[in-house]
Design a protein around this ligand. Structure first.
Ligand SMILES: *[C@@H]1O[C@H](CO)[C@@H](O)[C@H](O)[C@H]1NC(C)=O
Ligand SMILES: *[C@@H]1O[C@H](CO)[C@@H](O)[C@H](O)[C@H]1NC(C)=O
Ligand SMILES: *[C@@H]1O[C@H](CO)[C@@H](O)[C@H](O)[C@H]1NC(C)=O
Ligand SMILES: *[C@@H]1O[C@H](CO)[C@@H](O)[C@H](O)[C@H]1NC(C)=O
Ligand SMILES: *[C@@H]1O[C@H](CO)[C@@H](O)[C@H](O)[C@H]1NC(C)=O
Ligand SMILES: *[C@@H]1O[C@H](CO)[C@@H](O)[C@H](O)[C@H]1NC(C)=O
Length: 403
């Protein structure tokens, strides 16, 4: 920390006579000790302290054995004499201000050689205060200013670094130098505002690199980019089955949080039927009774845009459909076989006896019976369909509609 400077004046060249720290740093408002020690065997008559302001030196303290410390001018009031009055002439300045910055000189009057002195440069450090501001509502997917870091009155100048964890960025700085020699800085961070950037964390690191390491008080401010707005990117529908209850759970992203609407496209008529008149912030669609077959649409929308997810629901499992299909096929074969048999029988025996018209009536009657049987069978197989989970699921991921 301290490089002791040996100031050798007057005659004893190469002989260390006053030991001081060449540069002393002090934080604003702190108490600082300026050490000054004489390294001589001669008699010390007096110690004086001077401060150089605007090129002229002013004496503010004189110490002698008989009188003790005598403070001159107003400057002396904030000073305490810390030495022993003999070889140690150290002082302490209370609650330093920016005006205290300057060159201090301690002078020992020795007998018989004369005066020996040491010079100390006092530097006042002002630690910056850091403030971070998010820019509101960043929407467009291009390079935008997302946040800024404001450093107020630092001394010496502060540097602002951005740590973006892998995201490309540019930054722009403004600097203000105040009359009291402190400096304020503003750094604006520009980034490509894609949905991926939402909730990303960036750091604003403020340092004062031009001061010794032990005085450095680096400040890190964490910024979470919650101001990136984007439409729902994907809508996912999950099917939850719990005993007899069936639920469709719709999930989506997007900032601000989207609101959900459920709709159904009717399987036959292809109408879009809204399932709830009011907008639902909850995303669950509950089925308690039988539901209608069709394409269920979940629409997620926020201020920026909207997106949809789809699911196709029907109440029969494919195995029961297959069973029905098989039965119909078997029945149809039996029907055709019966018809053929009838036709042959009628043609051979009946037509000859009762004539053409009655034969055709019998044929039509048997056809009618067959049709009736088919209808009854089909309606029976459709009856009492249980609440079954859908057997087909369509999920789409579309690029959202931007408002
Ligand atoms: C400076 O010294 C004064 C008087 O001894 C004391 O009251 C004050 O707390 C000190 N300030 C600091 C920052 O140490
Ligand atoms: C001042 O006092 C110290 C001891 O307190 C003594 O060693 C020194 O010689 C004195 N100086 C003078 C000039 O009387
Ligand atoms: C970041 O910038 C570099 C150089 O301009 C480029 O090669 C890289 O692809 C960029 N990375 C991203 C994620 O845009
Ligand atoms: C320096 O000046 C600026 C601007 O007037 C002010 O905001 C700041 O508080 C001052 N700092 C000190 C330590 O006086
Ligand atoms: C403060 O930050 C600077 C720049 O990143 C770094 O070089 C220095 O080591 C840091 N100092 C401390 C005390 O952490
Ligand atoms: C659906 O049921 C769940 C509980 O199972 C309930 O929390 C939710 O509010 C219901 N949703 C609607 C739209 O009624």
């Amino acid at each position: 920390m301290s490089i002791l400077l040996c100031v050798s004046l007057i005659i004893h060249a190469g002989y260390c006579q006053v030991r001081v720290n060449k540069v002393v740093y002090a934080q604003l408002d702190s108490n600082v000790t300026l050490k000054c020690q004489a390294d001589t065997q001669e008699e010390i008559k007096q110690i004086t302290w001077e401060v150089k302001v605007d090129g002229t030196s002013k004496t503010f303290l004189t110490h002698r054995n008989d009188t003790g410390p005598i403070f001159q001018n107003s400057y002396g009031r904030r000073v305490r004499f810390k030495g022993d009055g003999y070889k140690d002439g150290s002082i302490q300045i209370l609650s330093v201000t920016l005006a205290d910055e300057g060159v201090f000189k301690c002078v020992f009057t020795t007998y018989p050689s004369g005066t020996i002195e040491g010079e100390i440069k006092l530097q006042i450090l002002v630690l910056p205060t850091v403030r971070q501001e998010l820019k509101q509502d960043v929407r467009t997917p291009c390079i935008n200013m997302v946040t800024e870091c404001l450093v107020s009155s630092a001394k010496p100048a502060a540097e602002i670094q951005w740590i973006t964890r892998g995201v490309n960025y540019t930054s722009k700085e403004d600097i203000i130098i105040h009359t009291n020699k402190t400096m304020s800085k503003r750094s604006q961070l520009y980034m490509m505002t894609t949905p991926d950037l939402y909730d990303h964390e960036v750091l604003c690191l403020v340092s004062q690199p031009n001061i010794p390491f032990e005085y450095q008080g680096n400040i890190t401010v964490k910024v979470t980019l919650t101001n990136i707005q984007f439409p729902p990117q994907m809508v996912e529908i999950e099917v939850l089955k719990n005993k007899d209850k069936l639920q469709l759970l719709c999930k989506s992203d997007g900032n601000p949080r989207p609101k959900y609407k459920w709709k159904r496209r009717d399987a036959e008529r292809s109408d879009i039927i809204p399932l709830d008149t009011h907008e639902m912030t909850s995303s669950t669609l509950n089925f308690t009774d039988e539901y209608s077959d069709g394409l269920y649409i979940c629409e997620a929308a926020n201020d920026v845009g909207l997106n949809q997810g789809y699911i196709y629901m029907y109440q029969k499992t494919s195995s029961s459909r297959l069973r029905t299909g098989l039965l119909i096929s078997v029945f149809s074969i039996i029907l055709i076989a019966t018809m053929c048999a009838c036709y042959i029988l009628i043609h051979r025996y009946v037509l000859v006896i009762v004539g053409g018209i009655t034969g055709y009536i019998s044929l039509l009657t048997s056809l009618l019976f067959a049709a009736l049987f088919t209808i009854v069978f089909l309606s029976l197989s459709h009856h009492k369909a249980d609440l079954l989970p859908p057997n087909q699921l369509i999920q789409t991921r579309e690029s959202p509609l931007i408002k």
